[in-house]
Write a protein that binds this ligand. Structure first.
Ligand code: EPU
Length: 438
């Protein structure tokens, strides 16, 4: 048996670095909000219209999963019409579930609707171990029997009953999944040590628009009074906090002057504070942020935290910016075990970084140069785009499907601000090894 790599046409993102970003752009709807709100429609007995959805692969895959379960779904641009009345299926196919992380929200939503859910283990970004023990603990506290087998999770319950749930750690996914299970449970549920991210608040607002009774979202105690029935509604998801942050970082990284419209500046406070600390100039209004930079950036230290701390999802693009800041930056990744693989790719562009467990020590260099790099996860993709914008020469980014999972029209937004960025099809060796039997 011999092993060979296969030469094939693959899509890459090509960036000619060194262009200063300048102008006005707008932010799309929140990915991590959208992927919680779409499954939540399963809890309702009437059609819903969800607006301001980002036009990204994760949303399209969720639409397919909802159809598979029996919902009627029409996705037109950024609006999804979902009629969940025909839902009778409780089982999600692996080929869909494994394409994204948020497929696990279907466990909570299907338990709430049908009392039964069979969902393969989710896919999504590989950031180290991503257990779901707290989701399961919460659902079991509500009376469900949850069995984890080799292919996925099977959960079943005759009647969900409200209870007190104290999470061992703060989990965004666990908080959302238990909220979904609890809104139609009999009685009251209290979630202690809940996550406080903006999308938790947005989900609570959506559930309440359907007639649920959720209080306290945005604090660490969420109280839910179960209701028997939810009604249809029209709801627009909040702007994407991480896309806003990525654009802010790209503006500073290119010594640019960019105004981002349609965002919620208070959601960006942790990033804004760090960008000010490194030397950028930031002003905001009710729904826009302007980032200006002359490029004289100082090193800063970052510790990722749950909201309102510095978000792990912006750690990666921010560390790209820090590769050329004057001095040594220390980044501590407290949420995920392995979220520094982008830095190894950036070493090919001249970055200097040492990684010790969950700490990255970045020694600022005078500049990056273009190279061929490979995306390992969604925000690593964003980080490599930022690095490509900063670098001298051409950067070719492979494995861009990760970026398409979570950013709507990133290239055209950056292009409209002056970036030289495009998709190309090039002949390359497939990263997949092909085994040839002799
Ligand atoms: N954790 C457990 N047990 C659990 C759940 C989580 O040990 O039952 C641990 C995880 O292993 C991790 C930490 O707790 O170390 C935080 O995990 P969390 O549940 O908060 O994250 P998640 O739900 O898996 C969501 C976002 C991520 C984002 C994190 C943190 C979605 C679909 N994903 O993940 O988004 O990084 O919250 O804010 O909403 C991204 O958008 O690129 C992304 C990865």
């Amino acid at each position: 048996m011999a092993v060979a790599q296969k030469l094939q046409l693959i899509q890459k993102m090509q960036i000619k670095g060194g262009c200063r970003l300048e102008g006005v752009t707008s932010v799309s709807g929140g990915k991590n909000t959208a992927v919680a709100i779409i499954p939540a429609v399963l809890l309702c007995d009437e059609p819903c219209v969800i607006e301001n959805l980002p036009d990204i692969d994760d949303v399209r895959v969720l639409a397919e999963m909802m159809r598979h379960l029996g919902a009627s779904v029409a996705l037109e641009g950024n609006t999804m019409h979902i009629d969940p009345r025909g839902v009778s299926g409780h089982s999600v196919p692996a080929k869909l579930a494994q394409r994204m992380r948020a497929s696990y929200y279907l466990i909570g939503a299907l338990l709430g609707r049908l009392g039964r859910a069979e969902v393969p283990y989710p896919g999504g970004c590989m950031l180290g171990p991503r257990p779901i023990d707290q989701h399961i603990k919460g659902m079991e506290a509500l009376g469900a029997t949850v069995v984890c087998h080799s292919d996925g999770v099977f959960a079943e319950v005759d009647e969900l009953r409200g209870n007190d749930i104290f999470f061992d750690l703060v989990t965004v996914g666990g908080t959302i999944n238990v909220m979904l299970s609890a809104v139609r449970a009999v009685g009251n549920t209290t979630i202690y040590n809940a996550a406080k991210e903006p999308h938790i608040v947005d989900l609570a607002n959506f559930l309440n628009s359907m007639g649920a009774r959720v209080k306290g979202a945005g604090t660490d105690i969420i109280r839910i009074r179960g209701v028997q029935k939810l009604r249809g509604c029209t709801y627009a998801v909040i702007p994407d906090q991480i896309e806003t942050g990525t654009l802010m970082i790209a503006a500073a990284a290119t010594h640019g002057d960019v105004t981002i419209r349609g965002c919620i500046p208070t959601h960006m406070d942790a990033l804004t504070a760090k960008l000010l600390e490194l030397g950028a100039n930031i002003t905001d209004s009710d729904d826009s942020i302007r980032v200006r930079s002359n490029g004289a950036h100082r090193a800063v230290n970052i510790k990722t935290q749950v909201y309102p701390g510095f978000p792990t999802d912006l750690q990666q693009p921010m560390s790209a910016l820090l590769t050329t800041a004057r001095g040594t930056s220390i980044i501590t990744e407290n949420i995920f075990e392995q979220r520094f693989r982008h830095l190894m790719e950036m070493e090919r562009m001249g970055a200097s970084a040492r990684i010790v467990d969950r700490v990255a020590i970045i020694d600022g260099v005078s500049g990056l140069f273009g190279s061929s790099v490979y995306v390992t996860d969604l925000r690593a993709g964003a980080a490599l785009v930022v690095a490509g914008l900063m670098a001298e020469g051409v950067t070719e980014i492979a494995n861009t499907q990760y970026i398409d999972r979570g950013y709507e029209n990133l290239e055209s937004k950056l292009r409209s601000l002056g970036a030289d960025i495009r998709r190309v099809e090039v002949e390359d060796y497939s990263p997949m090894i092909e085994i040839i039997r002799e």
